[in-house]
Design a protein around this ligand. Structure first.
Ligand code: FES
Length: 168
């Protein structure tokens, strides 16, 4: 290989590496900052995912098994997160949230856009899908797309004497 040919080859290679690094790493001052990701309030686990043996859960919390109708024992450690205002958890096919003022909200967990599990945002008292950004209000109605269909809302009845929550 001639010296000139070698230098041309090296020059092309170095240029390609610099271009690749710049394309993947260079930003302009005018580029928007990346959107903040809301940390999931619900943790990401699924408490009592339809298993009848789960302590503190009776009834059905899975759509595949019929109508959602179940009761949870709030004294059970399984559902301990719901003792704290502003917390939420997923159980079966629903997400159960306790608002900052202590009320209970229950909606289907699957975003109506592409079925990603939604999270509860206690500060805004709404449900957020971090997949494509859909937002649902506390009753499940869409306030920001791309989802266009509301989340199904379930009734949550708190029995203070028994410390149970019936969801149907
Ligand atoms: S899956 Fe929820 S916004 Fe797309």
């Amino acid at each position: 290989m001639e010296r000139k040919e070698f230098l041309n080859l090296v020059g092309i290679s170095v240029g390609a590496v610099i271009l690749q690094n710049c394309v993947s790493g260079c930003t302009k001052a005018s580029d928007p900052a990346p959107a903040a990701v809301t940390p999931p309030a619900s943790g990401g686990g699924n408490v009592g995912g339809g298993n009848a043996a789960v302590v503190g859960l009776t009834g059905n919390n899975l759509l595949s098994k019929g109508v959602i109708d179940f009761t949870i024992d709030l004294t059970s450690t399984t559902f301990a997160d719901l003792k704290t205002n502003g917390k939420a958890l997923v159980s079966g096919d629903v997400i159960i949230a306790r608002t900052k003022t202590g009320d209970f909200l229950v909606v289907e967990k699957a975003c109506t856009h592409a079925q990603t599990t939604v999270d509860y945002n206690a500060d805004k008292n709404n449900f957020v899908c971090n997949n494509h950004g859909s937002i649902f209000d506390s009753t499940g109605n869409v306030t920001n797309g791309p989802a266009t269909k509301a989340l199904k809302k379930y009734n949550a009845t708190f029995d203070s004497a028994k410390n149970t929550l019936k969801i149907a």
